[in-house]
Design a binder for this molecule. Sequence first.
Ligand SMILES: Nc1nc2c(ncn2[C@@H]2O[C@H](COP(=O)(O)OP(=O)(O)OP(=O)(O)O)[C@@H](O)[C@H]2O)c(=O)[nH]1
Ligand SMILES: [Mg+2]
Length: 291
Amino acid sequence: MAKEIRHMAIGLQSSGKTTFAAALWYLVDSKEIVTSLRKGKHSGDYRYLELLAAEWADCWRVPRTLSEQHENIVMNLEDQATGQAVVLQFVDLPGETFERAFATRQVSRKVADAFEGIRGLMLFVSAGQPRDDVTLLDVAKTLSENADEDKLVEEAIATVNFDPAKTPRQVQIVDFLQAIQAPPMEIDVQRVALIVSAWDKAINTDPAAWLHDKMPLLDQYLSHLKVEVRVYGVSAQGGDVPEKGVSGDEGDRQALLSVAKASERIQVVGNGVDQHDLTHPVRWLSDLEGL
Ligand SMILES: Nc1nc2c(ncn2[C@@H]2O[C@H](COP(=O)(O)OP(=O)(O)OP(=O)(O)O)[C@@H](O)[C@H]2O)c(=O)[nH]1
Ligand SMILES: [Mg+2]
């Protein structure tokens, strides 16, 4: 048996990484419900994870990961059936790392090193974010018959400077996946678990169909990679929750607080997963199913 199997969780800004980490930690720490992986042997300092899990349990939005905040989330898990050790690491910098990598074609040595020896990727995209790939063709469809299209295009080009970070998410993600597998990083990814977060916001009932409809470029890229891919829908929060200390819309907070076991707010969809088991995709990434 391999000493430990390591996976990396990645995703652009606000793709749901920290909320997933908070809910997963709560799940394996509280043991309220049965999960396919359990908490493994821990030696590090888990105060940050405990803080996130406590905010999550109280139905507050987890804090955004700021660029100066070094969030080194490494979770040691263990397979219930075989005892195999599995490590899930969240690259220790925020989502902005990926926008920056796309714009500059560079990642820091620290980020590159963190990817070494990983077996699986957990890739986050969100069903809760608005479309970001509207084109001039889409705009033209909404214009009235006598609108001056040429003038509108000229004005748009004159007023908007190109900002690489505003490149559609699908393009940035495909580029990042391509770049980490090419020299000099040459990461040998064996499986990809695509997590569609904020699944309570999705209209589709099938996560793979969501990917096909909403992110066709990423869907095509993944289907042509020589790695196994699974798509899961995950509502780690269970609905909309407010930011702590900010008055206003409570969202679904009261309804979520009334669920007897906080772990049961979590909803996971796809690939025969047990309804609340966030560890299911991590176990599949580790090729432990059926053992
Ligand atoms: N409705 C709903 N919203 C969610 C869910 N999970 C996360 N969100 C929201 O999605 C937004 C981003 O979530 P985060 O977990 O902070 O995402 P992140 O990838 O860690 O973002 P960065 O730290 O900026 O890289 C937040 O506003 C969350 O409240 C969910 O299950 N349902
Ligand atoms: Mg975060």
